[in-house]
Design a protein around this ligand. Structure first.
Ligand SMILES: N[C@@H](CCC(=O)N[C@@H](CS)C(=O)NCC(=O)O)C(=O)O
Length: 218
């Protein structure tokens, strides 16, 4: 099984299925395709029909898109408990993952990751969000605080046990940290900040971060 990923320093979409595969204890080979190069499109096209990473190749079948890989992992590794056991929590966790996957466009662009803005570093200049980004941040924090209050009180994760939702929000925590977004200025009561710290101190994330640092020599 091969997981095709982009640079660990800044490929946010690649991080998500990587974290999930690690949680499952899956054995997989990583194939890193460097992004932002003249030959990137050609290199990705060798593996992934949609021209994007991540992609998972299993027994000759290519699963492209981070969410499709997450769903495949849930089917293959039911013992990993990748979705919450409680049906209500599970329904909300799935809605949160779908929202992360399909919305928050301004957050992705304005807090974009790339060679100059990596998950493994902190920008010298805190970013001053515009109105659209403020709305995305407020929505993100409201989602997190609501999920924690209803399903994740007393533990570090949004829905009780670690889930696909926590994998999908890990790169967001890294974006907030890199761009110096003070969550208290966007309606956080401390819950979101603590959640970000929990995400960014998971051993699997730290392993990814170390590899990202090695890529960039930082
Ligand atoms: N919705 C896709 C998004 C994947 C995506 O946008 N990947 C970026 C890297 S993080 C990519 O492959 N970009 C191609 C390029 O930079 O040439 C997913 O969830 O897998």
């Amino acid at each position: 099984m091969q997981l095709i990923i982009g640079n660990k320093a800044y490929s946010t979409w690649s991080l998500r299925p990587w974290l999930i595969l690690k949680r499952c204890g899956a054995r997989f080979e990583e194939v890193m395709v460097p992004l932002n190069r003249a030959d990137t499109a050609e290199a990705i096209a060798r593996y992934a029909p949609a021209g994007k990473v991540p992609a998972l190749i299993v027994d000759g079948v290519t699963i492209w898109d981070s969410l499709a890989i997450a769903l495949w992992c849930d089917e293959q590794f039911p013992e990993a408990g990748l979705w919450p056991a409680d049906a209500r929590a599970r329904a909300v966790a799935r809605a949160a993952v779908c929202e992360m996957h399909s919305a928050f466009g301004t957050l992705r662009t304005e807090l974009g990751m790339g060679p100059q803005h990596t998950m493994t570093s902190i920008s010298d200049t805190p970013h001053q969000p515009g109105e659209a980004l403020k709305a995305d941040i407020a929505r993100m924090l409201a989602l997190w605080m609501d999920a924690k209050a209803r399903f994740g009180a007393g533990g570090p994760w949004l829905f009780g046990t670690w889930s696909i939702a926590d994998a999908f929000f890990t790169p967001v925590a890294a974006r907030f940290r890199h761009f110096g977004i003070a969550l208290s200025g966007h309606g956080d009561d401390g819950t979101a900040q603590a959640y970000c710290e929990a995400l960014l101190s998971q051993p699997d994330y730290l392993e990814w971060e170390r590899a990202g640092r090695a890529e960039t020599g930082t």
